[in-house]
Design a protein. Sequence first.
Length: 428
Amino acid sequence: MKTLKQKNYMRTILCDDLGYYGFWYVVHAFIEAFGMARGAGAHIFKLIENIPTINPLLNKGCTPTAVEGNVEFKNVWFHYPSRPDVQVLKGINLSVKNGQTVALVGTSGSGKSTIIQLISRFYDVVEGEVSLDNRNVRDLSVRWLRAQIGVVGQEPVLFNTTIAENIRYGCEEATQTQIEAAARAANAHCFIKSLPKGYDTLVGERGATLSGGQKQRVAIARALVRNPRILLLDEATSALDNASESKVQNALDKASEGRTTIVVAHRLSTIRNADVIYVFSGGAIVESGDHETLMNKKGVYYDMVTIQDLPELEEKKGNKLTREVSIISDNVEDEPEPKMLEKQDEEEFSNPSFWHVLKLSKPEWKSVTTASLCSLISGFAMPIFSVVFGDLIGVGPYKGSVLSYDKNAWAHAGGRQWSADMWNPFTR
């Protein structure tokens, strides 16, 4: 009887110790998490408190009443603040007249996209001047300047809302009529109307329910809804296949009418009708002129066109099937995507119950049962350990202040502890 009380006493002490250890283990984890959050918060608050030199939220600077769209770079030198030792632009001089379409071509890293960022004033030049209608962009209101510019990038960013709302992000005051007019200008109205809910169709996360060409045309409509005087196209068709590229290119050609357009192009076949083509290399302009002039020079631009034309000629000669598929795809360009139709059907059903979801896992019942049993064993690991360890310490008669242990009891208790230690890794 005395031995039994002693065992219960030792079990109580061990359970208390294990609870104490578990409590401080959890507390330590929370303290560590708070420490990491505090370290991250210091960087976040530093960014929040930082006052940017280019702040679009302030209405500082002049706001001209009329915009013609003449853009000019005068001896512009530039390097990014994070890499001051790498000169990106070296003495750039270029001019874009009102209504012109100007193309920027060159190898990767030659500074083409940097021109787009400087016009939008995401950065300020180190030396030289960027002007709009003979006014330095530094003297203009950043908010007003960006309101005059429409940008279409390589990867369109769409939000998980309706098509109409995605287009309205280009101009918060846009009406439904203006949204539809912008969609028509972007050759997107027909395919939008063919969708089950039209302009109220949800596009999903990052536009997952639309094809690449459809997403790009929605992005073009968003850029046009504000009716910008300047249109900046940063490799807008480079990520598309041939069939989608032709549709998007037609939309871009239509959108460029009557606007100052600057195109950063990777596929040179899309900019052959540009008024002026600037060829970049190593941060400098090495050639300029229209397509015919540059081809007659047989310089850098001629080599670039020749390299890109060879694979296209081989593809046209050896792959008639591709042409047939392209013709068929042109005829069905405005049909909604199958996954879009499936998504609309799914929205009509109510949320399933828990038991319905549980029934769906019936084919995997063996794996689910095994995982549940292992989880149950893992949960009992620490309580079983406390009982085994309590038996180990509390074995034998109590004599004064000395514990006398039986060798057989020691052996059995050690075997139970060994078994628990062996099973523990398999239950985690």
